[in-house]
Design a protein around this ligand. Structure first.
Ligand code: GUN
Ligand code: ZN
Length: 427
């Protein structure tokens, strides 16, 4: 069935960090057929050229590419908003005990379903997730995503030290299990497998080497891990890897740096690290609600984007304090303000859609609205609460109209979410 959606269609033709707000265009309508966008343009013209289409008129609601959350831990869904700890204590007190439960497939299925229901209701259509060390947790995630038709990324989290009994694998079992899961899920429908060593403190050099070997054997996979999130963590890495030049070097010397690497957080980077990340075109994933919630620090979005880094935006559920990419954009704005740079609404929206798609090397498939792209969409009500409505009423351009929703919006602003052309939330 061909569908014609009418509304304020926001799409990007370039990166607004480079081109300014003109990188975004507003159209009146788009046409979807067989899960893809087949036309974008003026309402009258598309009505005439597609008389057979079923029409849904969203009035003055915004129609955008769906949000893309480039770094999450779906197994941490139930421990979101756990009080009072910084990174290492937070992992030991809340995260590891919860992740232990994912050896049970039916528990993992239950959380995966809940996670996708929550994220889709917040307008998020794609995520890149860590699972736990258990293969069952990977199967549960990809099975739940496939049922919903979503484009997703995930991998078995590998840890062979500094984690409790029951949450450790070995260098060999991590390699074997990851390889088997990769063969099962990578490229199955809209799924992609991601090689996932959790972070240097929980992997021996042998395990990091095994992950590097697996990545070299499977270069079409992404590789995700954490980098320079908290100063205590960096000091710990230094003591565990006394001969490493810096935190990044613990990955680099095991073949875990390159295009397709995704480094979560990346707050306290040394100059050498920034230069090598740029040179290799690895991606940095900014997780602002997590960085404030766990007390990690202020990511340098302005400086790193100006230098040319490939950057995506993410919630880091459940270190992050929200499932909402609107709330995440607001936090990115606040963090950048504290570093002296006011991110424009076009830059924030781009980060949550096209920027994350680019960080995941999927910008030819998702992340903006254009002919040939997959029809993963969010329809946003720009007057979803009285507070937002009264602020947006006096707007005289789209960015003033959008910014109150960025700063104050949540799942109430999500009128509908489409995955591969099917309405999966709202209507
Ligand atoms: N570093 C290693 N593991 C984690 C995690 O689960 N969450 C966050 N925020 N940082 C990490
Ligand atoms: Zn994380």
């Amino acid at each position: 069935m061909t569908q014609l959606l009418l509304g304020r269609v926001l799409r990007f033709t370039a990166d607004p960090f480079a081109e300014g707000p003109e990188a975004a265009r507003l159209d009146e309508a788009l046409v979807i057929d067989q899960g893809k966008i087949i036309a974008v343009g003026a309402a009258d013209a598309l009505r005439r050229s597609h008389p057979e289409a079923q029409v849904t008129d969203y009035g003055d609601h915004l129609i955008s590419a769906g949000f893309i959350d480039a770094h999450v831990h779906y197994p941490q869904t139930a421990i979101i908003a756990s009080w009072g700890k910084r990174l290492i204590d937070w992992l030991n007190s809340y995260t590891f005990p919860e992740e232990m439960r994912f050896s049970n497939f039916s528990y993992a299925q239950d959380v995966a379903d809940r996670y996708f229901d929550l994220t889709v209701s917040h307008g998020t259509t794609s995520v890149c997730s860590y699972a736990t060390i258990h293969p069952e947790s990977v199967d549960a995630f990809f099975t739940a995503a496939a049922r919903r038709g979503q484009r997703v990324w995930a991998g078995k989290t590998c840890m062979d030290r500094n984690a409790p009994e029951g949450l450790r694998d070995t260098a060999q079992s991590a390699y074997d299990d990851s390889k088997a899961l990769l063969a099962k899920w990578h490229g199955a429908g809209r799924a992609s497998y991601v090689i996932t060593p959790r972070f240097s403190p929980t992997s021996t050099e042998d395990q990091l080497s095994a992950m590097g070997a697996l990545w070299a054997e499977n270069p079409s996979c992404l590789m995700q891990t954490h980098l320079s999130e908290q100063t205590d963590e960096i000091a710990w890495v230094q003591s565990l890897f006394p001969t490493a030049r810096d935190y990044l070097d613990t990955y680099e010397r095991h073949g875990l740096l390159g295009k397709g690497a995704l480094f979560g957080h990346a707050i306290w980077l040394e100059d050498r690290e920034k230069a090598r990340i740029l040179e290799t075109d690895a991606s940095l994933i900014h997780c602002p609600t997590s960085n404030t919630f766990i007390g990690s620090g202020l990511f340098d979005m302005g400086g790193l984007k100006a230098a040319g880094h490939r950057i995506g935006l993410a919630t880091d559920t459940g270190g992050g304090s929200s499932f909402s990419m609107l709330r995440t954009m607001a936090a990115a704005y606040e963090v950048a303000q504290l570093r002296g740079r006011a991110l424009h609404p076009s830059e924030l929206w781009w980060l949550a859609t096209a920027g994350s798609a680019r960080a995941l090397h999927a910008d030819h498939q998702i992340g903006t609205i254009a002919t040939g792209m997959e029809a993963d969409l969010v329809v946003v009500n720009l007057a979803s609460t009285p507070a937002i409505e009264q602020a947006t009423r006096r707007a005289d351009d789209i960015w003033q109209a959008l910014f109150p929703t960025i700063m104050m919006g949540d799942d109430r602003a999500i009128r509908a979410t489409y995955v591969a052309g099917a309405c999966v939330h709202g209507g």
